[in-house]
Write a protein that binds this ligand. Structure first.
Ligand code: UDP
Length: 345
């Protein structure tokens, strides 16, 4: 290869562009940045129009379309597929089952292991498939939010594993996942005090709105609050917020959330009802007749005749499980020992 000696000789040892060249480059860059910024702000000029309509056509308190289907994965103990606007999530529940590694087991109650993951293809810019801090945080708070609804003390030394996959995301995925996970836990037949239902509320462009989409979450004055309730008692089991608001606005937002979460709860109940109606128990020949025959179709419970046919899982009464649970032990504290000794002295 030939070197152009002339160029090499003439070029100063450490080449520095002249000052006016630098200035030109900087001015060009600044112009480009300004043009981009203007284009971006023009593109997202409004969030709520003068008639109170949002950019996707919803009113201020309208939720996006929600579709919930329980019992979609035959290999899982419980499962749920949920679409919430563009969000699509899939949940599988396994358990209560043996805890591995064993040192994680709690001798007093079941542990809940909630794993939230976003698929690499779930967002426009590829998401790194390695679990990040955001996913670890969402898994932790969502697992704790579900724990409050489950009778964990009935299953000591076991684990309830909940795996949540976000397949498509457009804001509010943690709430969509938690809502679906609660349905999947119920679908697994795990006894619960109540459902867990979630919603997001907040502010965009100075307006208080329900169920923010990604565009609204990115508004300059955005407040984005994710809340989950036990819908029958309105106990709050999850509360996270981005943005700044006054205590009065916060109280008003919580009220809006509690009112609107009812819509989510109704859809969860509907999904579970449909799933249980579709489940046909596999019966051995003659079993159906046996279950329906009068002498065996009932048994005695607290002095009342009770049908052995499956109870409606949604007509759940928490008092069934609380006070009456250990009546025998309270009346006769030795009953437990007798049971172990086979009644021996
Ligand atoms: N998002 C993204 N990449 C990520 C994480 C989030 O594009 O790695 C998007 C996604 O649409 C998500 C939204 O940002 O729904 C808001 O994320 P946030 O952390 O507020 O949680 P979310 O509102 O989904 O519960």
């Amino acid at each position: 290869m030939k070197f152009d000696q002339k160029v090499l000789v003439n070029k100063p040892k450490s080449y520095q562009p002249k000052k006016n060249e630098d200035e030109k480059i900087m001015a060009k860059d600044a112009k480009e940045i300004k043009t981009k910024k203007t284009a971006k702000s023009e593109e997202k000029l409004w969030w709520v129009d003068s008639k109170g309509k949002r950019i996707d056509g919803r009113g201020l308190n309208d939720l996006r379309n929600i579709k919930i289907q329980a019992g979609v994965l035959p290999n899982a103990d419980g499962s749920c597929y949920l679409e919430w606007g563009q969000n699509k999530v899939l949940v599988s529940v396994n358990g209560p089952r043996e805890v591995l590694p064993k040192h994680q087991a709690n001798p007093y109650k079941a542990i809940v292991r909630y794993t939230y993951r976003m698929a690499a293809f779930s967002v426009t810019e590829r998401k790194n498939p390695r679990p990040g801090r955001r996913e670890t945080e969402i898994s932790k708070v969502s697992g704790e939010a579900l724990e409050k609804a489950i009778f964990l003390e009935r299953f000591p030394n076991t684990a309830i594993d909940i795996f949540v996959e976000v397949l498509d995301a457009n804001a509010g995925t943690r709430i969509a996942c938690l809502t679906a996970a609660a349905v999947a836990v119920a679908d697994a037949g795990i006894p619960m005090r109540d459902m867990v239902s979630g919603i997001t509320v907040g502010r965009a462009d100075g307006k208080w709105i329900v169920d923010l989409n990604k565009h609204e979450e990115d508004a300059p004055d955005a407040v984005d609050m994710a809340v989950a309730f036990l819908p029958n008692t309105k106990d709050v089991t999850l509360l996270q917020m981005d943005g700044e608001i006054t205590p009065e606005d916060f109280a008003a937002l919580m009220k809006t959330a509690a009112e609107n979460v009812e819509k989510v709860y109704e859809l969860q109940k509907k999904a579970l009802k449909e799933s249980f109606e579709n489940k046909k128990p596999e019966m051995v020949p003659g079993m159906e007749d046996f279950m329906n025959s009068t002498p065996h179709a009932e048994h005695e419970e607290h002095g009342e005749r009770v049908s052995l046919k499956a109870k409606d899982p949604l007509s759940f009464d928490a008092s069934d499980y609380d006070a009456n649970e250990n009546t025998e032990l309270e009346e006769n504290p030795d009953a437990e020992h007798e049971a172990f000794d086979g009644g021996k002295e």
